[in-house]
Structure formats: C-alpha cells, structure tokens
Design a protein around this ligand. Structure first.
Ligand code: ADP
Ligand code: MG
Length: 318
C-alpha cells in the first residue's frame, strides 16, 4: 500500500514544475504562482463523481481525461488561456494501476494545453475528483454568457448528442466506436475559445445539452433564441446508430458534449468559416438571437417541443 506522500510523489509531482510561472509547486503547504502583470485570472472548478457523472468501472485514464476536460471546456467558453490546476482526489484505496491510468489521462490532457498541476489534496473516500483550473485573459476581454444581442447568429462547434449516445452504448456494454469515444475523451475547444475573443458576443460550453445550455446563455443575455432544428448538425455516427428523431432528441437534450455554443454579431459571422477551416471542426449556425426570453424551436419536429428526456438528463447531472 502506497503512503499518501509516495502516491503524490509518484503520480502527481512530476507534472508540477512544467511552467516558469510556478514559483513553488507541489510539495509545500501551498503553491506560489506568478501571474503575468498584464492579465486577469479566470478561475473555475468542477467535480465529477462516480455513478453520477461517469459510470462505475470506467477505465481510470478516461476519468482523468474527463476531470481535466470539463474544466478546460469552462475556460474555453470564457476565451481564457489555461495555466494552473489543483486536484482534490477522493479515492477508496490507493490502487497503483488505477492511479497510473488516472494521472496519465489527466496529465496528458493538461500537458497538451500547457497546464501545470500546482497542488492538491488526496483523501480516502468514495471516488470523487475535483479539479480547480486557472487561466488568463487580457483585462476585460473575457467572453461571458451575457453579451448576446438580437440579430446575432448562434453557432455550435462540432456536433451534439454524440456523447449522450456514447454513454448509452457504454451502459449497454458497447465499449468502442466514435460515439463512445466522444463520451470518454471529450475535446475541450480551448483554441477556438481563444480565437473568439473580441468577436463573440457570448459563449457557453455545452455540458448539459444544447437546448438547456442555450437557454442559460439567452437568460444571461436577456434575449431569446430561435433554434432551427433542421440546422442542428447530427454526426454520421449518431445517424448510423439510431433514427433521426431520437438522434435529434439527444442532440438537443443529451449532455457531456463539451462543444461551444456562441453568438457572433452579423458583421463578424465570417469568423465562423475561418475557424472551421483553421481547426477542421464544423462550425454550424443553428439559429438567431431574437428579442424576448427562452428558446423557440423552428423547423421540422419543432411541434414536438423539447424532448421529454431533457428534464431527466438535467436531474441526472446536478
Ligand atoms: P497538507 O497536509 O499540508 O495539505 P499534503 O500532504 O496534503 O499537505 O500535500 C503535500 C503536497 O502535495 C502539497 O503541495 C499538495 O498541494 C500536494 N498534493 C496533495 N495531493 C495532491 C494531488 N492529488 N495532486 C497534486 N498535488 C497534491
Ligand atoms: Mg500543510
């Protein structure tokens, strides 16, 4: 059995000194960090719990990846550049194979985005992972949920519904394929968020489903959305796995996509195409901001209203 110190030393400390602005990292009572003088700090925290946010028995590497990805996605939605993370880890026992997989998944994604692990806490208890992530933004240049204006176009990155479809497949013991991968290893849209700074009027990352999260974006902006169901992109994989109506329900109501939903004023709409080409990620206009409140559906299937599963998904996540 590893002691707590050995565990930290072996699995987490090596990731602690990967940035020059970490003056004092893992190993002391607290970390000392040197933020750039000309930046403001953007800070976020997210916890993922076994059986609530991921199914029991999920390979540890994917749990590590998700714990970092969900936080990176929050910074992406703010247009921030990720820098430092802390990790609070509650684990039932110190299983070395599990820890190796977990830290591998978490630190690999952290390294890809230049994030240093600056500290944390390790306790015995039910499996629960809490990551706090800090990043930088040019003063006042953060993208918030509050800036959408009537006439702005609404865009999403990639496709939605795939992660929820992947989770269903995992629960039915199908363990591979692009849908399952989308759930296991979501790709936070950090670079896209950075490129939207100065152009997007608002943004949110899609963790709880397009319909609900777009609703949050509109509420924060004091506006309404017209969401065109015919334009909501469905991946080839999801259409191969189920009928179109069910795929559309998941695209609207399924969570865990970690795509970005953002608004661009008409004059800046061209940026969507530029970003699409730069990153080879589909950027799709799915509707328009209008005056009022709420999310109005239009297009084929709009009469059916929001899928019933919406409430169910929301309750499951929070
Ligand atoms: P303390 O009891 O003073 O909080 P700990 O023994 O818990 O100290 O932690 C020692 C060092 O290891 C601290 O720098 C802490 O931030 C770091 N640490 C503990 N757990 C983790 C972890 N899971 N990931 C990264 N750093 C950790
Ligand atoms: Mg201490």
């Amino acid at each position: 059995m590893l002691t707590e110190d050995e565990l930290i030393e072996r699995f987490f400390a090596p990731a602690g000194s990967t940035r020059a602005d970490v003056i004092l990292g893992i190993g002391d009572d607290a970390a000392v960090l040197a933020p750039p003088a000309d930046r403001q700090i953007v800070s976020t925290v997210d916890t993922i719990n076994e059986n609530i946010h991921f199914p029991a028995g999920l390979p540890a590497r994917f749990i590590g990846h998700r714990a970092m990805a969900v936080n990176l996605s929050d910074l992406a939605a703010m247009g921030a550049e990720p820098a430092w993370a802390t990790l609070s880890l509650s684990i039932p026992d110190s299983d070395e194979e599990w820890l190796s997989g977990f830290s591998g998944g978490l630190l690999e994604l952290a390294a890809r985005f230049g994030v240093a692990l600056t500290g944390g806490d390790t306790v015995r208890g039910p499996l629960s992972i809490c990551v706090n992530l800090q990043g930088f933004v040019e003063p006042g240049r953060q993208i918030t949920r509050a800036g959408a204006r009537p006439g702005d176009a609404i865009f999403i990155t990639g496709t939605t519904g795939d992660a929820a479809a992947g989770l269903e497949r995992l629960q039915a013991h199908t363990c591979s394929g692009p849908l399952v991968e989308k759930f296991l290893t979501p790709e936070p849209r950090v670079e896209i968020g950075r490129d939207l700074v100065g152009s997007a009027s608002s943004a949110i990352d899609l963790s709880d489903g397009l319909a609900g999260d777009l609703g949050k974006l509109m509420k924060a902006s004091g506006t309404a959305a017209r969401l065109d169901l015919d334009r909501v992109p469905l991946s080839e994989s999801i259409l191969a796995a189920m009928d179109r109506d069910r795929a559309r329900d998941l695209a609207l109501a399924g969570g865990d996509d970690y795509e970005l939903c953002f608004t661009l004023p008409k004059a800046k709409k061209g940026l969507a195409r530029e970003i699409e080409e730069k990153y080879s990620v589909a950027i799709t206009c799915v509707g328009e901001v209008i005056a009022g409140s709420g999310v109005m559906l239009c297009g084929e299937g709009a009469d059916a209203g929001m899928p019933n599963s919406w409430q169910h998904f929301r309750q499951m996540k929070t």
